[in-house]
Design a protein around this ligand. Structure first.
Ligand code: WT7
Length: 653
């Protein structure tokens, strides 16, 4: 990628200063950057003291065998004790930890004292099932309190969990059980989705017929939907309400080494076998606790935090379970989809619980934009004080809409960049410090070192683009790929000597702020220029008629690649002259970004192919644009979307 490549095509001039009142009371101020810069390891040692240690660490980082890091290696702690018991011991037992909102409308509010009893019972139950420290437990559950309880129960007894997203198939589950060699699976009869019960247990039954899953001795089953016809394997399957409820609600947490494995989480990846990302205890908990405190300015006594991610993704691990609970937060846990039973469901939940801090993904924000401003306007959203975004680059238009229509033009928006591999937030504005720029994650959080380099690993000057790298180890970094150290080295540490390669394109603006430009594989080469799909998409979304856009580079004999855009239009029934609108959109991009970025083709479509975590699968759109047979569609939420898109396309030349 050349330097003037990924050039500063998009000029975003809007700026938003932190609200004065928030800045005055902010948990973290500009001074934290200074302190961390002066003594990075000292800074993290100080953050580690946010936690309760059975044995205080004396050593911060052991980097004697890079890139295999050890953080706080001589310290010992219990992660679940830190997330639950210590708050009860500090007199906060009556504080609500979780406001659970089931999709059908059933609710449960669980205090820290109740959570302590439930986690203790579940820990005792797992011990009765023979789970020992180090044994892996697979968790395949919907978004219900038992999911959080199960994860904490595993942490409490030192059994690394491997949460598998409930929307994944039996095959995906079997692969993950096999790779982690799990001994117990925790599941449910089913969950509720789009107003209907959706079964889970049959997928477990099927997964356990596959080779490589023989070591699973027990399947612990939560009754959630109460469906009658559920297959049962005697001696293996056991109901949660039979086993867990009869346990003692006392369990003494044991202290484990800071580097004891906490969980394995598989990244879906578009190619090859999924990677089991390994996270450990002390460093991970330090960073998720600190970043939750700093980036969301959490005031545990008054805030109501809501992260809308599924617990099956890292966002749910770090910012539903470990970050918020280690900080003694009160949070919302919602089982369902944003549009069941109506498109105002999320805003209704914000109003009902007085949510102060909302953390969601650009795909959800763009969907809300498409559904219309009038929907959130019907609800009282005045409790909100900070909005967060994560998962993919957020288009400036979506960012501004979020701030305006959800945040009443008042709340800071924090665009947080990180990955399953980084464990916690790495690049983000701080709400009481940073003057924000729509569409940019801007600056590494205190204690984190990131930059942008070119092909030769040289740091690029301000105003230029290249690859995002992390230049210093960080506490919540992945420790390896489970069972595959070589793949860990090859994937992340071999591209640039001594630096972590994130796989994302990025640029620095004239102020040195970082803009994420999407996965490196998503960068297009047009007539010798590297153009980011993200920037063309943002230009399209800035047109009032475009709700959502996905851009790919299709092989082209003249220009190497040609820009092909798939767009979802706003406003139904106004498509009288589609051809004229398509021309207008091409011209609009040309005007915003320059003629080189003008798409060769713009195709209005009804839907875009998305993974279950909400990411657009550009690989499939590239297949369409290049008239190829489609690649693997199994991780799509809805594979019929691809038929609709293919039907729109003119036949192969
Ligand atoms: C990839 C990691 C981090 C939790 C959810 C995703 C993209 C994530 C942003 C952001 C631009 C982002 C990157 C990254 N990404 N956040 N704020 N701006 N891109 O975790 O599934 O491991 O995906 O998501 O491409 O590498 P993940």
């Amino acid at each position: 990628m050349s330097n003037e490549s990924l050039a500063n095509l998009l000029k975003e001039e809007r700026r938003f200063a932190p609200p004065a009142a928030l800045a005055e009371q902010a948990n973290v101020t500009a001074e934290a950057y200074e302190r961390a810069r002066a003594d990075r390891l000292g800074f993290w040692a100080e953050q580690a003291r946010r936690l309760s240690w059975d044995t205080e660490p004396t050593e911060t980082l052991d980097w004697s065998n890079p890139p295999f890091a050890k953080w706080f290696a001589d310290g010992k702690l219990n992660v679940a004790y830190n997330c639950v018991d210590r708050h009860v011991e500090n007199g906060l037992g009556d504080r609500v930890a979780l406001h659970f909102e089931g999709e059908p409308g059933d609710t449960r509010s669980i205090t820290y004292a109740q959570l302590q009893s439930e986690v203790s019972r579940a820990a005792n139950a797992l011990v009765e099932l023979g789970v020992r420290p180090g044994d892996r437990v697979a968790i395949y559950l919907p978004m219900i309190p038992e999911t959080v309880v199960s994860m904490l129960a595993c942490a409490r007894i030192g059994a690394p969990h491997s949460v598998v997203f409930g929307g994944f198939s039996a095959d995906a589950l079997a692969t993950r059980i096999n790779d982690a060699d799990a001994r117990v699976v925790i599941t449910a009869d089913g969950g509720f989705r789009r107003g209907k019960p959706s079964a889970l247990k049959p997928a477990v039954d099927e997964a356990l017929t596959r080779p490589g899953t023989e070591n699973v001795r027990s399947v612990l089953v939560v009754r959630r939907t109460g469906q009658e016809d559920i297959a049962w394997t005697e001696g293996r399957d056991v109901w949660w309400h039979d086993l867990v409820e009869r346990q003692s609600d006392r369990h003494t947490p044991e202290a484990f080494d800071a580097e004891h494995p906490l969980f394995i989480l598989y990244t879906s990846g578009t190619t090859g076998k999924p990677k089991g990302i390994l996270h450990t205890s002390g460093g991970y908990l330090t960073q998720v606790s600190y970043t939750h405190h700093a980036v969301f300015d959490l005031k545990p006594e008054s805030d109501v935090f809501w992260c809308t991610a599924d617990v099956g993704w890292v966002t749910g691990h770090s910012y539903i379970v470990y970050g918020p609970l280690s900080n003694g937060a009160t949070e919302v846990l919602y089982e369902g989809t944003p549009d069941t039973p109506h498109r105002g469901r999320w805003w209704e939940i914000v109003q009902k619980y007085g949510v102060t801090t909302l953390y969601t993904a650009p795909t959800a924000i763009r969907a809300a934009m498409k559904w219309g401003d009038d929907i959130p306007a019907k609800f009282d959203l005045s409790s909100l004080r900070i909005l967060g975004s994560v998962g993919e680059p957020i288009n400036p238009e979506a960012w501004v809409w979020y701030r305006e229509h959800i945040g009443a033009n008042r709340t800071p928006v924090v665009d947080t960049w990180w990955q399953t591999e980084t464990g916690g937030i790495m690049i983000s504005p701080l709400p009481g410090v940073t003057e924000t720029k729509p569409g940019s994650a801007q600056v590494p959080v205190p204690g984190i070192a990131a930059t942008v380099v070119d092909d030769e690993a040289r740091e690029v000057p301000d105003g230029a683009g290249g690859y995002l790298v992390l230049t210093e180890p960080w506490p919540s970094m992945l420790r390896t790929i489970w069972g595959d150290d070589q793949r860990f080295l090859d994937t992340y540490w071999s591209r640039f000597e001594g630096r972590y390669f994130a796989g994302d394109g990025a640029k620095k603006d004239d102020d040195g702020d970082i803009w994420l430009l999407g996965r490196v594989d998503d960068v297009m080469l047009v007539s010798g220029h590297n153009i980011s799909t993200t920037e063309v998409e943002s230009a399209l979304v800035s047109h009032p008629r475009v709700a959502e856009a996905a851009v790919v580079g299709a092989t082209d004999p003249q220009t190497t690649q040609a820009i092909c855009a798939f767009v979802i239009l706003r406003g139904d029934g106004e498509n009288a002259d589609e051809a004229a609108l398509v021309e207008e959109l091409r011209a609009h991009v040309g005007k915003q970004l320059g003629p080189i970025a003008k798409p060769k083709r713009v195709l209005p479509v009804a839907e875009l192919p998305k993974t279950r975590s909400g990411k657009i699968m550009r690989r499939l759109l590239r297949d369409v644009a290049e008239h190829r047979t489609l690649g693997d569609v199994t991780t799509l939420t809805d594979s019929s979307v691809m038929d609709l898109i293919q039907n729109k396309l003119p036949a192969a030349p």
